[in-house]
Design a protein around this ligand. Structure first.
Ligand code: NAP
Ligand code: 12T
Length: 340
């Protein structure tokens, strides 16, 4: 028998992704029975609003997941590493936003527009992984092109907002702007360098290869989501002084001959994609226009004449929504529709 409401835990509820989870559950009228808000010890006792009611935040370490159907997790990888398996053991299906389980062969890595069928594999561990924000928006736009023309190689450079690094990084950008206008020291705490009026070509830590972990995630996750190890991906990930919304310059090479017109035709009907591509009118996607919206926006689609079958494009999305909380709630919607 189908339930008519599901008990949901939001783990990391006080974070920027956690707060977006609450907004999206409400907006999409997800059938929530009990909502349980969990965070660290320092937030225990705070109240947050859900559907117009005050809900008390509780300490994750003191809770069990008995009676919880779905856990929406975004508390950081090391915390998910401990508590996602505990929750799953108690019968709660976990949709995890951290990088902890994404490359685990027994954990599906899902973008509903791309590989919804992989959700079925959640039964192995009771955990479904949500991909990295930069990967999600790229694969939503590229999936229809890959299906029609087979993408051989992707070269991507990202322009990632500070909200990707959480609430403290957002406060850091606004404090630095205020401090600099008041002739004070900017103050660097969370991000590796000053971000105000700057760009930082480092997101996450460096690997021995010279790439960052963020870049390597884009490579590995794209292959896993497409179920195609032959797609070559080369990534450069950069932090820019934008609060919300990640942008990406993407170059692709396809096996079959491709034109900008054919790409536009595909993307016009692609799920989750909005085409904004009228450069003569100054129309192309920008982060300021995508904040608080659900879609992946694509524009600046043009031929790359330097290779036989090449296309350049520009992809923008709200990293806290499609890049994080929305994608996870869409996964939960499929879970309750098709599985539980
Ligand atoms: P954030 O704003 O810094 O929030 C972190 C949340 O985790 C807060 O609710 C915090 O609670 C909680 N937390 C930290 N340590 C905890 C612990 N020991 N026990 C319980 N809760 C704990 O960060 P965020 O941007 O929301 O991101 C969180 C995670 O989501 C990260 O792993 C990130 O990789 C992932 N993610 C983020 C994005 C994005 O675009 N932002 C996209 C994909 C994935 P307190 O407030 O009590 O400290
Ligand atoms: N380092 O979920 O800092 O793998 O922008 C997401 C965002 C990791 C992740 C960031 C990060 C992830 C960031």
């Amino acid at each position: 028998m189908k339930k008519n409401a599901y008990n949901v835990a939001v783990v990391g509820a006080t974070g920027v992704v956690g707060q977006e989870f609450l907004k999206i559950l409400e907006e999409r009228k997800f059938p929530v029975g009990e909502i349980r808000l969990l965070a660290s010890e320092k937030s225990a006792g705070l109240t947050m609003q859900f559907k117009g009611a005050d809900e008390v935040v509780r300490e994750l370490a003191r809770e069990t997941f008995e009676g919880i159907d779905i856990g929406l997790f975004s508390p950081g990888a090391s915390v998910s590493a401990v508590y996602a398996p505990k929750a799953a053991k108690a019968g709660c299906i976990v949709v995890d936003n951290t990088s902890q389980f994404r490359m685990d062969p027994d954990v599906p890595l899902v973008v509903p527009e791309v590989n919804p069928g992989d959700i079925a594999k959640y039964k192995k561990k009771g955990i479904i992984a949500n991909p990295n924000c930069s990967t999600i928006q790229m694969v939503v736009a590229l999936k229809p092109i890959h299906d029609a023309f087979r993408i051989k190689r992707i070269v991507v450079s990202t322009y990632q907002s500070v909200s990707g690094a959480g609430k403290e990084a957002m406060e850091e950008l606004s404090n630095q702007i205020k401090n600099l206008f008041n002739m004070k020291e900017a103050g660097v705490k969370v991000l590796p360098h000053r971000i105000a009026f700057n760009c930082i070509p480092q997101i996450d830590s460096f690997l021995d290869s010279g790439y960052t972990k963020e870049e390597q995630k884009m490579v590995n996750e794209t292959k896993k989501i497409f179920g195609d190890d032959s797609v070559k991906v080369s990534a450069t990930t950069v932090r820019v002084p934008v609060f919300v919304g990640h942008s990406e310059s993407v170059n692709i090479e396809t096996e079959k001959p491709i034109t900008p017109e054919a790409v536009k035709k595909l993307l016009k009907k692609a799920p989750g994609v909005t085409l904004v591509d009228d450069p003569k009118k100054g129309e192309y996607p920008m982060p300021i226009d995508c904040v608080d919206t659900d879609d992946v926006y694509v524009g600046r689609i043009r031929q790359d004449d330097t290779v036989p079958n090449g296309i350049n494009m520009w992809i923008v999305s709200d990293n806290l929504r499609k890049g994080a909380a929305l994608n996870a709630v869409q996964i939960a919607e499929i879970l309750i529709r098709d599985y539980i």
